[in-house]
Design a protein around this ligand. Structure first.
Ligand code: ADE
Length: 233
């Protein structure tokens, strides 16, 4: 998987992208990532990349030209027009596990990280295939959401997770939240591990875990619980 990230803040990426499981995926050659600094593509003599919004209003808008020239540099690097160009914005489709799964099947993913009050709509119309939001809140920029997406997508790329890490008994794989986990010692802070998990009785353990999954989903995510129930009918 190759990630090409267009951003005004490339320095935000290495700490996250080179650590832990993503870092290992990079070392194994399963993930490649590269940032493109949008400011490097402005023709303005003061390196300006934003301007006042037509029609008035607060804040600044990212100009179309540096973004488009940056995109052209990405196209040149890939050797063709990318199939998917994702723009991180609260105005997009909400990211979830099924979107992560769909994107993990691609070879190249391009991310456009916005800042200020937005990006000139004309360049978005020209290059963006997928406007994506992380949720109903407003962040200062698209960099953190891009990294969240890269993390969620990369762990679905075959070989990125080690044998010890599992991608299928986890939250959302069947539309439910995951059951609680415990490890040694068997008692700490005056709290014991539920007896059934020490029993070695696999069937009972499975039933207990299922019950806990359902209980949690009903409590914290009634929306998911409702969808799961409708699917059972
Ligand atoms: N940029 C600012 N807020 C965002 C959000 N919620 N999701 C994706 N990109 C964003």
């Amino acid at each position: 998987m190759n990630y090409y990230i267009m951003t005004l803040f490339p320095e935000m990426f290495p700490g996250i992208m080179d650590a832990s499981i993503l870092g290992r995926g990079g070392e194994k050659g399963l993930i490649r990532w590269e940032t493109f600094n949008i400011r490097d593509y402005t023709l303005d003599k003061h390196s300006k990349v934003d301007d006042y919004p037509y029609g008035g209003g607060a804040g600044m808008v990212m100009q179309a030209e540096p973004v488009y020239r940056c995109y052209q540099a990405v196209c040149e690097r890939i050797g063709r027009k990318p199939k998917r160009v994702i723009c991180l914005t609260p105005q997009g489709k909400v990211f979830d596990q099924s979107v992560a799964q769909e994107l993990a099947a691609e070879e190249d993913l391009v991310f456009l990280c916005g800042h200020y009050e937005g990006i000139d709509e004309r360049v978005l119309e020209e290059i963006v295939t997928d406007p994506v939001s992380l949720g109903d809140y407003v962040l200062t920029g698209g960099e953190l959401p891009a990294m969240v997406m890269v993390d969620a997508i990369s762990r679905l790329v075959p070989g990125v997770l080690g044998n010890g890490d599992s991608a299928d008994t986890e939250s959302f794989s069947d539309g439910l939240l995951e059951y609680p986990q415990y490890t040694r010692p068997a008692e700490i802070l005056g709290r014991k591990v539920p007896e059934v998990l020490l029993s070695g009785h696999h069937e009972k353990i499975e039933i207990w875990r299922r019950e806990k999954s359902l209980e949690r989903t009903r409590k914290y995510r009634p929306d998911l619980y409702q969808r799961w129930k409708e699917k059972q009918e």
